[in-house]
Design a protein around this ligand. Structure first.
Ligand code: NAI
Ligand code: BGC
Length: 273
């Protein structure tokens, strides 16, 4: 059923990292439907990023989109992305630090490079984007006509900020560390009306976890971990992100919202323990 978009982000600008696929793509489109301009950040797949931009601009989703190529683990490139956003749209109001990777290895076989790469993108990348966002929010000052907050930072975490993950210690460590990055930002900048929160998705159907859902057998096994008995869709996360970016969630700061169908409710205990 077609739902008329709610223009609750009108007049604002968002940077969404890793927006050429999966969760980031859905968030960029949903944010534009809600009235904001969007910087569609991508790492290498320019064609996929152009498609997201096309979908937003051609369908006249209110917000305007531009693509921007940037490796979120590069300080220089992240700074260039924020400069480009400010040059084009005047400011940045919403930062969705979504880009992330998995490089899975048993710990004793994990090279320093495979540890570092995940930390650099999943953690340092989110630090760099949050820092540049906060600098821009402070430079610009409050615009009460568009939002009661000075700016909003949304970190893309994971259920693995609380669920340990064998064979993926680099990934779980990066998401666990985001808890304290996000909460420290919330504590430090709340007096200036900056809000920082995380979304912790469970299993969402995207390229990052294709192995876990592409066959009926894999999906059945995955469902054993999900009390709600369905894999998450990117729209489940995108709708949460738009709400967190809007004034409807104004008093929420320093929180993680789990979008996981109950994955963090210890499903193994349903008939055991
Ligand atoms: P995805 O693989 O479709 O998206 C990841 C995006 O990050 C890609 O567009 C990729 O190009 C981009 N990226 C990778 N390295 C980058 C870099 N150095 N600079 C800029 N962009 C870069 O997978 P998905 O699922 O959409 O992942 C998005 C976020 O959601 C990640 O942070 C992931 O950890 C998180 N997440 C995903 C879950 C899932 O079940 N799909 C569950 C929990 C968290
Ligand atoms: C991972 C996915 C996984 C999900 C649930 C996410 O953080 O990126 O691969 O399916 O957590 O375990």
């Amino acid at each position: 059923m077609y739902q008329k978009p709610n223009k609750r982000l009108k007049g604002q600008t968002a940077i969404v990292t890793g927006a050429s696929s999966g969760i980031g793509r859905a968030i960029a489109i949903e944010i534009a439907r809600s009235g904001a301009n969007v910087i569609v950040n991508y790492y290498s797949d320019s064609e996929a990023a152009e498609e997201v931009v096309y979908e937003i601009n051609e369908n006249k989703l209110t917000g305007e989109a531009i693509p921007f190529k940037c490796d979120v683990s590069s300080e220089e490139q992240v700074q260039a992305m924020f400069k480009s956003a400010v040059d084009k749209f005047g400011t940045v109001d919403i930062v969705v630090a979504n880009a992330g990777i998995q490089l899975d290895y048993a710990l004793h076989e994990m090279s320093l490079d495979n540890w570092q790469k995940v930390i650099d993108i999943n953690l340092t990348g989110q630090f760099l984007c949050a820092r540049e966002g906060i600098k821009e929010f402070m430079r610009r000052g409050l615009r009460p006509e568009v939002s009661r907050s000075l700016g909003k930072i949304i970190h893309m975490s994971s259920v693995h900020e609380v669920i340990p993950w064998a064979g993926r210690a680099n990934y779980a460590a990066s998401k666990g560390a985001l808890v304290m990055l996000m909460k420290s930002i919330a504590q430090e900048y709340a007096p200036m009306k900056v809000r920082a929160n995380s979304i912790a998705p469970g299993a969402i159907k995207t390229p990052i976890n294709r192995d876990a859902w592409e066959t009926p057998e894999a999906l059945e096994k995955l469902n054993q971990l999900i009390p709600y008995k369905r894999i998450g869709e990117t729209s489940d996360v995108a709708k949460t992100a738009v709400w967190l970016a809007s004034d409807e969630s104004e008093y929420i700061n320093g929180s993680t919202i789990f979008v996981d169908g109950g994955m963090t409710c210890y499903p193994g205990f349903t008939d055991n323990g």
